[in-house]
Design a protein around this ligand. Structure first.
Ligand code: ZN
Length: 568
C-alpha cells in the first residue's frame, strides 16, 4: 500500500467553474483518486479555492460585496458544486485561511534569508483618477504580442502569454475606465528566479517519466530564460507583506503577496486545514523529515498552469532549502474549447457546473468529459458529441446490458443469482478477454491515460453485450435451464464487475449498479481474482431504476439555443 498525495489546480474564486475547468484538472484528479483508493492505497486528495488577487476584488466590487463576504459565499458555492459532481476531495480549503497566510510569510522569509528575494524599485502604472496603483488585471489594454484588445495586465486571454501591465498598449483602468495613467516608482519584492534556474532545470531533468505536454512547457520557459518576478502587489486583499516583528514592513506598507506566489502554497495550507479539522498529521504528507519521504505526490492541471507548477512553485520550494515534498508526477491537460472559442468564466461563455447539473446528473458529464476530454490535444465540446457519448456508451452499451440481464434474472430466475450448470468454453473465453480488458483499463489508469482508460472500459462493457448475445440465456432457457443459469450467473457477475470498474468514472451510477447486485464493495479488481464467480448463488438481485436516459434531439436543440452553442 502506497501513500499518495493528489492536488488539482485550485479553482479561482470569481464564480462557479465551467466544464473546461472541470475536465482539465478536478475531474481527472478525482477519477485517479477514486481509482487509487479502490486499489487500497492511502490517498489524500486536496483542493481549495484560490481567493486572492485582483479578479476577486473586482468580482466582489461588481457584486456589491466586501471581498471577504464574496469569497465566503463563492467558496461554499464551489464546494457544493464539486460535491454534487462527486469530486471526492478529502479537503476543499481556502487560500485566504490562516495556514496559508502563515506558510506564505514563512516561505518569503526563508527565501529572503537565502538570498532569493530582494526589494526593488518598480515602475508601476498609477491611475491618477483612481488614486491608486493598478496591479495586474486592474489594467487592461492591447496585447503587445497578438494585438488582442482586451488583454489583462497579467496575461493575455487570447494568446496566453504572461504580461507585465506596463507592456500593454493603449492601457486603461479596469476600475474606472480612465486612461489618465502614469508610470510611477514603488517598492516591491522580487523572487530571483534567475538564481534558481539551474536547480529548477535539474528538477525538471529528473522528471523524464512525465508526459510530453508538461515537460515541453517547463523547458520552453527554462529555455527562454527565467526572469526575476515581482511577487507583491498593491492590494488590500491577500497575504500581507510583514516585517521581522510580524507588523507592516517599512517601505512595503499596504502590499500583499502576488496571488501566484501564495496560491500553490495553499496545497500545503489546505492540508494543514484538513489536519486541523480531522486530527490528521499534515507534516506526514509534506515534510520529508517528518514522514513524507515515501509519499507519491501527483498534481493535475490545465496547460496554462504548468509554468507556475514547474518553475514558480519549485522556485519557492527549492529556494527555501527546507525538506518539503515536491511533485513526483505532473499530469497536464489541454483545453476544452467551446464552439470555436474558449470557455470563459469572466465572459460567461459555455456551460457552468451548476447549470450542467440542472440538465443532467453528474455521471453523464463525468463520462463525456473524461472519455472525450482534452487530453492529448485540445478537444471541442459539442452537444452532439455529448449526446452521442451518453446515448451510445452509457445508455446503449452499459445501461442496456445491466438492465437486460437483471430484468431477465428477475422474471425467470426468481430475482436471485441462479445456481446450476458449469461454465463452458464460452465462459473460458470471456474470462480471458475480461482479464485482458481489466488489465488494459488498469494500466491506462495507472499511466493517467484517461481517454484510453475510458475506451478500454467501454470495450469491457462491450464484451458483456457480446457474451449475452452468444450465451443467449433467453433461448437456452427453452431447452437447457442449467445452460441458461450459467449465462445469467455470469452476466450478473459482469454487472458487479462493471460497477467496480466504472466507479472512478461514474461513481453515482456505479453505486446503484452495485446495489442492484446486493454489493457495496467497489474495490478495484486485483490480479488473478476470479471475477466471474464472485456473487454467491441465491443472492437476491433487483433492477435499478433507469440508469441512463437517452438525450433527445429536442433537448440538444433546446440547450444549443439556451447556451448559444451554434454561433461562430
Ligand atoms: Zn496576446
Amino acid at each position: 500500500m502506497a501513500r499518495i498525495l493528489i492536488t488539482s489546480a485550485l479553482p479561482y474564486i470569481n464564480g462557479i467553474k465551467h466544464l473546461g475547468n472541470l475536465a482539465g484538472s478536478m475531474l481527472p484528479a478525482d477519477v485517479w483518486a477514486r481509482f487509487k483508493r479502490a486499489e487500497g492505497h492511502e490517498v489524500l486528495y486536496i483542493c481549495a479555492t484560490d481567493e486572492h488577487g485582483t479578479p476577486a476584488e473586482l468580482a466582489a466590487a461588481a457584486a456589491g460585496q466586501d471581498v471577504r463576504t464574496y469569497c465566503d459565499e463563492q467558496h461554499l458555492i464551489q464546494k457544493q458544486a464539486g460535491e454534487a459532481f462527486g469530486l471526492s476531495y478529502d479537503w476543499f480549503g481556502r487560500s485566504s485561511n490562516a495556514p496559508n497566510h502563515r506558510l506564505t510569510q514563512h516561505f518569503a522569509r526563508v527565501l529572503e534569508q537565502n538570498g532569493f528575494i530582494e526589494e526593488r524599485v518598480d515602475r508601476m502604472i498609477y491611475s491618477v483618477d483612481d488614486a491608486r496603483f493598478l496591479p495586474d488585471r486592474y489594467v487592461e489594454g492591447t496585447c503587445p504580442h497578438c494585438a488582442y484588445e482586451k488583454a489583462r495586465g497579467d496575461q493575455c486571454d487570447n494568446c496566453g502569454r504572461l504580461l507585465d501591465p506596463v507592456e500593454l498598449k493603449e492601457p486603461y483602468s479596469a476600475v474606472s475606465g480612465s486612461r489618465n495613467l502614469e508610470v510611477r516608482d514603488t517598492r516591491h519584492l522580487y523572487l530571483l528566479q534567475t538564481k534558481l534556474a539551474e536547480p529548477i532545470r535539474a528538477f525538471i531533468d529528473a522528471k523524464s517519466d512525465w508526459q510530453t505536454l508538461a515537460r515541453s512547457i517547463a523547458y520552453k520557459h527554462l529555455d527562454e530564460g527565467l526572469i526575476d518576478r515581482g511577487i507583491t502587489r498593491d492590494l488590500k486583499w491577500g497575504v500581507p507583506v510583514v516585517g521581522a516583528d510580524g507588523g507592516p514592513r517599512p517601505g512595503l506598507e499596504g502590499k500583499v503577496f502576488y496571488v501566484w506566489f501564495d496560491a500553490p502554497i495553499e496545497y500545503i495550507g489546505a492540508t494543514e486545514e484538513w489536519a486541523d479539522a480531522t486530527g490528521g498529521d499534515w507534516k506526514r504528507w509534506w515534510r520529508l523529515d517528518q514522514g513524507a519521504a515515501d509519499v507519491r505526490y501527483v498534481q493535475f492541471m490545465g496547460k496554462d498552469n504548468v509554468a507556475f507548477h514547474t518553475v514558480s512553485f519549485p522556485a519557492t520550494i527549492l529556494g527555501s532549502g527546507e525538506p518539503w515534498k515536491t511533485v513526483d508526477t505532473l499530469k497536464a491537460f489541454n483545453w476544452l474549447n467551446w464552439y470555436g472559442g474558449k470557455f470563459s468564466t469572466s465572459q460567461g461563455r459555455g456551460v457552468f457546473m451548476d447549470q450542467a447539473l440542472e440538465l443532467l446528473p453528474a455521471d453523464y458529464w463525468r463520462w463525456y468529459l473524461t472519455a472525450y476530454g482534452p487530453e492529448g490535444a485540445d478537444a471541442a465540446f459539442t452537444w452532439e458529441q455529448f449526446q452521442s457519448a451518453t446515448n451510445k456508451d452509457l445508455a446503449d452499451v452499459l445501461g442496456n446490458f445491466v438492465n437486460r440481464i437483471v430484468k431477465f434474472a428477475e422474471s425467470r430466475f426468481d430475482g436471485v443469482v441462479p445456481d446450476g450448470g458449469e461454465p463452458g468454453e464460452l465462459e473460458a473465453r470471456l474470462t480471458a478477454d475480461i482479464a485482458a480488458g481489466v488489465a488494459e483499463v488498469t494500466d491506462n489508469l495507472e499511466a493517467m491515460e484517461f481517454r484510453k482508460a475510458a475506451a478500454a472500459l467501454r470495450a469491457v462493457w462491450v464484451l458483456g453485450n457480446e457474451y449475452l448475445q452468444e450465451a443467449a440465456p433467453w433461448t437456452a432457457l427453452k431447452t437447457d435451464r442449467d445452460r441458461a443459469a450459467v449465462g445469467v450467473r455470469t452476466g450478473l457477475n459482469l454487472v458487479s464487475l462493471f460497477a467496480r470498474l466504472s466507479a472512478p468514472f461514474i461513481p453515482f451510477a456505479a453505486e446503484r449498479i452495485a446495489a442492484s447486485m446486493g454489493e457495496t464493495d467497489l474495490s478495484w479488481p486485483s490480479e488473478g481474482e476470479d471475477l466471474l464467480n464472485r456473487l454467491p448463488t441465491g443472492r437476491p438481485v433487483a433492477a435499478a431504476e433507469v440508469l441512463f436516459r437517452k438525450i433527445e434531439d429536442a433537448q440538444v436543440a433546446e440547450w444549443t439555443e439556451r447556451f448559444g452553442g451554434a454561433e461562430t
